[in-house]
Design a protein around this ligand. Structure first.
Ligand code: NCD
Length: 309
């Protein structure tokens, strides 16, 4: 019996396979229920707070769309500058305050561990929408939902993760979820931006087949899913280093057509240069369908942690 009621959603490692499968099934149900209507009334009268101390387009707006589609209300702020953080308020005090207003809190903050810190003081469940270079579990779940939709199943797929694997929180959370599905992981990164070694060791000890390489074309030729990521400019201490690495990998239409025409291309977005725009019209370019899935998966998570489904 899966029960996520009252739980915080903090990282990818917290989930069992059964829980992930359940979230996927509930997200399917949300999509089906929205097919013939604009909103549901599962969360009528409840309030979601979205506290975004870092820039966001998709994560914040899809959380808010999800709550509206569930029939609930939304409050929040979209920059630290427009909140009392600018006056020197601590995260703990901000969270204690919002806890008086809202039933559930989605947040994004530049500090690793910030969502866990918030969860320690909040009554309301905390949904981590990104804690610095740490974790981004709701994105990882919508990525999995998209792989399942685009490929028909997740078990046994070969997923190439490309780009800034050192700082990318979506891939840090993602691998913790893919490990339940016997996926083969090809990690494609420049030397300086490799996946943290402790995470790779952990995956291998779990029995996951992991290949590390710097060669995008070689990985593409073997991949079912190519998961591109942005080089995380805001995490670089040295702007020169960022300039040197920013165009490490650029996927072109020619590469896909030559090496793996059936590949599914995903990206959490925003993209900078990682995917040429002429890839967008290929049938396997799934990144805007991935965006839409964010609403269904976040609806599922809100309804589940609030015990409404
Ligand atoms: C990602 C993030 O913020 O970590 N975006 C997202 O949530 N869809 C990826 C990124 O910013 O590169």
């Amino acid at each position: 019996m899966i029960n996520l009621r009252g739980k915080d959603i903090l990282d990818g490692a917290q989930f069992t396979r059964e829980e992930v499968d359940h979230i996927m099934a509930v997200a399917d149900e949300m999509r089906a229920r929205l097919r013939d209507r604009h909103s549901l009334d599962l969360m009528t009268g409840y309030v979601l707070a979205t506290l975004f101390f870092e820039p966001s387009t998709r994560t914040r707006l899809s959380f808010e769309a999800a709550m509206h589609r569930l029939g609930g209300g939304v409050i929040g702020f979209s920059s630290a500058e427009s909140s009392s953080t600018a006056k020197g308020e601590t995260l703990a005090d901000t969270i204690r305050t919002v806890d008086q207003y809202a039933d559930i809190i989605a947040m994004r903050h530049p500090q690793i561990g910030s969502a866990r810190e918030a969860a320690a003081v909040a009554e309301a469940p905390i949904l981590n929408g990104g804690d610095g270079a740490g974790q981004h579990p709701t994105q990882a779940l919508l990525d999995l939902f998209t792989i399942r939709q685009e490929r028909g199943q997740v078990d046994g797929t070969t997923i190439a993760l490309v780009g800034d694997l050192k700082n990318g929180r979506t891939v840090h959370a993602g691998v913790e979820i893919y490990k339940h599905y016997r996926c083969k992981l090809i990690m494609v990164a420049p030397e300086q931006l490799r996946m943290p070694a402790d995470l790779v060791t952990k995956l291998r000890s779990y029995g996951v087949e992991v290949e590390e390489t710097a060669d995008l074309e070689g990985a593409l030729a073997k991949a079912d899913v190519l998961y591109m990521t942005r080089i995380q400019k805001e995490r670089f201490a040295d702007p020169v280093e960022y300039e040197r690495l920013k165009n490490s990998y650029i996927l072109t239409r020619e590469m896909v057509e030559r090496l793996q025409p059936n590949v599914t291309v995903l990206h959490p977005l925003p993209r900078v240069n990682e995917i040429a725009t002429d890839v967008d019209s290929l049938p396997g370019a799934g990144y805007f369908r991935q965006v839409k899935n964010g609403v269904y998966v976040r609806m599922a998570l809100i309804a589940l942690v609030m015990g409404k489904i």
